[in-house]
Design a protein around this ligand. Structure first.
Ligand code: KG4
Ligand code: ZN
Length: 325
């Protein structure tokens, strides 16, 4: 069963063909990173326009690379939120047009649910119940998953998402955009020697990353940071410390069989390593290219939607703040 996945929630125009929810036949990503880097962050209006330019060629490339024809497809899965409305609309409308023209069923996929399903790509053995740590530019959520499509949000960030914190810290340190990879790169040449606060929010699975970012800003403003490498390493350490500690605690408390680490920040090598080393419960992390935004994860998730009979009509709407569960 081949599914075409389409993802345009933020600044990557992506299309992919995935078979049976696990085998990637193609995974095309047209990145807008260089365009937005000029502005130091994503400009929504620019993102929408770039998606319009890139969507058809990206879908055509995904189909060609997968050597798939429209009649080979069983359906289309498209991200319908959360994300930038103008960006989401481009993918959703492309999916609807193809659905109408080729009489293919369509299913809307929550972007966060898509991130979770990146774990299934490559046919790994996954056992429920599990705890999933979703760390991206817009979210830092701890989710209990008891089966396909069955989510209980245990905790979330109360202010900045972890990816957002990485991006802001990189800006404070003048390391450029996108911040996550920039911080990780700089941290390789530094040591975590600067004391930065951790918000534990004891008794909850919630996170808060605005305090550590502000503490870093105050140190820089006071001229107390002489090495941006040490500052990057210290910041990365503070964020990872909290993420890993709270994810392991939630997994132990819920007595789950597995921990999934997903989302753009999960491509961070130190985070991957630390969670794997610090957890007695098995940890599964998708390869880095499947952690950052892509359409293979959307197609993988769509497969389970279709299996469960979750089909949407041409009235499928995009929702900027779409919730999981
Ligand atoms: O999942 P994603 O690609 O898009 C969203 O759904 O937001 O995540 C993007 C976020 C950005 O904030 C980016 O700085 C962060 O993931 N990120 C990283 C790394 N690569 C991307 N953060 C830390 N270390 C990385 N290597
Ligand atoms: Zn994402």
């Amino acid at each position: 069963m081949k599914i075409l996945g389409i993802e345009t929630s933020c600044d990557e125009t992506a299309a992919a063909v995935v078979e049976d929810g696990v085998r990637i036949l193609s995974n095309q990503i047209a990145s807008q990173v260089e365009i937005h880097a000029r502005y130091g962050g994503i400009v929504p209006e620019v993102a929408s326009r770039q998606h319009i330019l890139a969507i058809i060629p990206t879908i055509e490339q995904a189909m060609a690379k997968a050597e798939t024809t429209w009649s080979d497809l069983a359906g289309i899965a498209v991200t319908n939120g959360p994300g930038l409305v103008g960006s989401l609309l481009v993918g959703a409308n492309a999916a609807k047009a193809i659905s109408l023209a080729h009489r293919l069923p369509i299913t809307g996929v929550n972007h966060l649910e898509g991130h979770i399903y990146a774990s299934w790509l490559g046919n790994h053995s996954i056992h429920f119940p599990l705890v999933c740590l979703i760390v991206s530019g817009g979210h830092s959520d701890l989710v209990l998953m008891r089966g396909h499509g069955d989510y209980i949000v245990l905790g979330r960030t109360r202010d900045d998402a972890s990816g957002e914190a990485f991006d802001k810290a990189a800006r404070i340190l003048g390391l450029g955009y996108p911040g996550g990879p920039a911080i990780e790169q700089a941290a390789r040449n530094g040591t975590a020697s600067i004391q930065l606060p951790r918000a534990w929010l004891k008794g909850t699975s919630d996170f808060s990353f605005s305090g550590v970012k502000t503490a870093l800003l105050r140190l820089v403003e006071a001229g107390k940071v002489s090495s941006s490498a040490d500052a990057a390493a210290s910041f990365q350490e503070a964020v990872i410390d909290v993420l890993v500690t709270k994810a392991v605690a939630a997994a132990q408390e819920r007595r789950v069989k597995q921990i999934l680490l997903v989302g753009g920040v999960a491509s961070n090598e130190s985070l991957r390593k630390r969670l794997t080393e610090n957890s007695s419960i098995p940890v599964l992390v998708p390869e880095p290219v499947l952690c950052t935004d892509n359409a293979a994860m959307i197609a993988a998730c769509g497969y389970y939607h279709f299996q469960a009979g979750r089909v949407d009509g041409l009235d499928l709407d995009v929702v900027a703040s779409l919730k999981l569960a």
